[in-house]
Design a protein around this ligand. Structure first.
Ligand code: PEP
Ligand code: MG
Length: 597
């Protein structure tokens, strides 16, 4: 232990990590790394004189793991019987496996690499061999080895089992990744920032962080390997930087930066009750995206005009059963009433992609984003779809609700969804249940085939909302959650701008309105172009509302139309971005200096 303490010093050196900015703001706090099966174990060389120390750490981790397992074994045997506790007996056998332990020690002496890495490599080899065995008993030992191995690794790395329900106050959550179901159970208010190894700008960790109004940096690759439980950490969600063990000088610098940013945001909130109207009088709708009803205070505080996207998936997560129609009705009714007289667009269930719901046996597709998801799933499961539609229709009697279908790829899907909706309406009519007979029904345009046939879709929709998070990934063939290719995920790519123009023009041609609810709508650098293309509605995370409003209110519509048409003539996303930023600097310098990097 003493030796370990001595070693702490060099480890507390300041480490600066660059990732992808996912949610704005700055947090200076204490890291809480969540242990995860995909935790990154670095291949780190060690000096010869540290071999003994690494060995001692390993033995200590083994003994601690043994104590933990014995305690669990005792508790389970008492609470659930000896039979159920037998599995932990098998775990103890893995811990005491002489062959495995001596192989780890031999490899450590031979290769002189950090013990975590050596141990994990040996363990993976064992699991590989056993999983290919013809003997069923041996194959079954793989999961025991995996469980015990992770426990040992956790004790070596000093990380903790992930348990997002019981986080301490003011926690900076550091994880390999956070799934939507993880974030759904998290106690709001206790988490003050996220930092993750993987993920990109539109992955759900990023979307959730914005909805919680906390800074986040994703795609940091090795942050889980660089922090210990309790490390000081700075998360700069504006620039996409995370600093582990910051020096007092860095902390002072960031406190000043944090104060500057908070002042900037406070200044913008003054626009709360003003319309999103250009200097020459063109008004657009500026609405907010929400993930759950708990986000509503943020919508109201930031002055959004209604909700342009209510993602309903979280409602279905972390539960063994499906939400009943009544349960959904109560939720949608509450949201409708709180937002009234403004409207709420409820997006029907968008299962799939990176959002899997625990209660469905959905096969893991090879390409989940191209698979059985969203409207495809709902059309195949009319029972689930009808319950949601019926709940929305019933709630529409208590406010202004609109329905929006995700992932429409062509007019046939739209028609099939309409047929089901009409059946639900007929049923409600038969039972004399009141609902808004003129409820608007729109299509999300997030598949290139829908964008290209939006003239056809416009004839059978009341509105469009462009889902750029998906539209960009499909148009550019760039997985939206993969940090390795995040540099290719360009909202300003000419192909994306052209698709957006097609959709807006076709909507107007068909006398319907076109909005945008993807993250691009909240990207301040691109607001002038989107406004100039004629977008009628921007739906953005609540925290982005003030800055987008400030931009809209600072320009003339006639000027931004010219900016948009100039942007369409450029050849690359980088050129578009450069000109967009230059225009923002010139026309709205306060925003440009506050948000552009
Ligand atoms: C989108 O794809 O742009 C969108 C808003 O939907 P989601 O991010 O939930 O896929
Ligand atoms: Mg989408």
């Amino acid at each position: 232990m003493k030796k370990n303490k001595k070693k702490q010093k060099p480890k507390s050196k300041e480490i600066v990590l660059k990732g992808i900015p996912a949610s704005p703001g700055i947090t200076i706090g204490t890291a809480h790394p969540l242990y995860d099966e995909k935790v990154v174990v670095l291949r780190k060389k060690i000096k010869e004189n540290l071999v003994e120390e690494e060995m001692a750490r390993f033995k200590k981790a083994l003994s601690r793991t043994r104590q933990e397992i014995l305690a669990i074994h005792k508790r389970i045997a008492k609470e659930m019987g000896v039979e159920k506790a037998r599995i932990f007996g098998a775990h103890l056998m893995v811990l005491e496996d002489e062959v495995l332990i001596s192989e780890v020690i031999a490899k450590l002496r031979r290769e002189r690499l950090a013990i975590e890495y050596v141990f994990w490599e040996v363990l993976k080899k064992y699991m590989r061999i056993l999983s290919k065995s013809d003997d069923e008993y041996l194959r079954e030992r793989v999961s025991d080895i995996n469980d015990v191995g992770r426990r040992i690794l956790k004790n070596l790395l000093g990380t903790e089992q992930r348990s997002l329900e019981q986080l301490a106050e003011k926690t900076v959550v550091v994880a390999y990744d956070l799934s939507p179901s993880d974030t759904a159970v998290m106690h709001r208010g206790n988490v003050i920032a996220f930092a993750t190894d993987i993920g990109a700008r539109t992955s759900h960790t990023a979307i959730m962080a914005k909805s919680l109004e906390i800074p986040a940096v994703v795609g940091l690759e090795t942050v889980t390997a660089k922090v210990k439980n309790g490390s000081n950490i700075i998360v700069d969600g504006n620039r996409g930087v995370v600093i582990v063990n910051p020096t007092p000088k860095t902390i002072r610098k960031y406190h000043a930066e944090k104060r500057r940013f908070e002042k900037f945001e406070k200044h913008l909130v003054k626009l709360k009750n003003l319309p999103a109207k250009t200097l020459d009088g063109k008004e657009v709708e500026l609405a907010a995206n929400i993930e759950m009803a708990a986000d509503i205070p943020g919508v109201l505080a930031h002055g959004a005009k209604g909700i342009g996207l209510y993602r309903t998936e979280y409602f279905y997560m972390n539960r063994k059963d499906l939400p009943s129609e009544d349960e959904q009705y109560e939720d949608y009714r509450q949201v409708a009433e709180k937002i009234y007289p403004n409207s709420v667009i409820i997006r029907t269930l968008d299962l799939g992609g990176d959002k899997f719901l625990s209660q469905f046996e959905v096969p893991h597709d090879m390409n989940p984003f191209l698979g059985w998801r969203a409207i495809r799933f709902c059309l195949a499961r009319p029972d689930i779809f009808k319950a949601q539609l019926s709940a929305i229709l019933r709630a529409s009697h208590h406010g202004k609700l609109k329905i929006m279908y995700p992932m429409i790829s062509g007019v046939e899907e739209l028609r099939q969804a309409h047929v089901i909706l009409n059946e639900v309406k007929e049923d409600l009519n038969r039972r004399a249940v009141p609902f808004d007979k003129n409820i608007e029904v729109g299509a999300m345009i997030e598949v290139p085939s829908a964008a290209l046939t939006s003239d056809v879709l416009a004839k059978e929709s009341d509105f469009f909302s462009i889902g750029t998070n998906d539209l960009i990934q499909y148009a550019l063939a760039v997985d939206r959650v993969n940090e390795k290719i995040a540099y290719l995920y360009e909202p300003a790519h000419p192909a994306v701008l052209r698709l957006i123009k097609i959709v807006i023009d076709n909507a107007h041609e068909g006398n319907i309105w076109a909005g945008m609810c993807g993250e691009m709508a909240g990207d301040a650098a691109l607001t002038l172009i989107l406004l100039g293309l004629g977008l009628d509605e921007f739906s953005v995370p609540p925290i982005m509302v003030p800055e987008i409003k400030r931009i809209i209110r600072a320009v003339n519509y006639e000027d931004v139309k010219k900016i948009a048409s100039d942007a369409l003539k450029l050849s690359t996303g980088a050129e578009v971005m450069e000109m967009a930023k230059a225009n923002l600097r010139e026309l709205v310098p306060d925003i440009a200096s506050g948000v552009l990097r």
